[in-house]
Design a protein around this ligand. Structure first.
Ligand SMILES: [Fe+2]
Ligand SMILES: [Fe+2]
Length: 137
């Protein structure tokens, strides 16, 4: 499982602010990935807790900005998109809850989930509003 690198073609939604926020998600993922691969088990569990906390805060902030943007441009799939955001928040909240309850959150499954989510959500779902804006300027 490798780190992620931002690339304009795959990830850009043609909006500076939202692109910068997506880059921050990738940065959070890469930090987590690096610590889980190279850190001690103690560092790894600390990093998991910190990253999940940051992710929840950051995702809430980003999703709010993105939803305002989609509303402004009258993106027709807004409702479905909001639901996808809520699913992510629910999943991350659940993982954080598991961690604080002492349940095992596997490094590999966390990394895999985040990686797949970032790639799929930004490159496929977020791209849809960018394509909509492009077609309906
Ligand atoms: Fe989104
Ligand atoms: Fe997004």
């Amino acid at each position: 499982m490798a780190r992620l690198d931002w690339d304009e073609t795959s990830y850009s939604v043609s909006n500076q602010k939202l692109d910068t926020q997506h880059q921050e998600f990738i940065r959070l993922y890469n930090n987590l990935h690096e610590t889980l691969m190279t850190g001690t088990p103690e560092e790894a569990s600390e990093e998991k807790a910190t990253t999940l906390k940051r992710l929840i805060n950051y995702a809430n902030q980003h999703f709010a900005a993105e939803e305002v943007f989609m509303k402004d441009v009258k993106f027709p799939e807004l409702k479905k998109h909001i639901q996808l955001h809520q699913e992510f928040i629910t999943k991350i909240n659940g993982l954080q809850h598991d961690l604080t309850e002492g349940a095992i959150v596997l490094n590999t499954s966390l990394i895999k989930y985040l990686r797949n989510w970032i790639i799929y959500h930004i490159a496929t779902e977020d791209k849809k509003y960018a394509q909509y804006v492009e077609k309906n300027p």
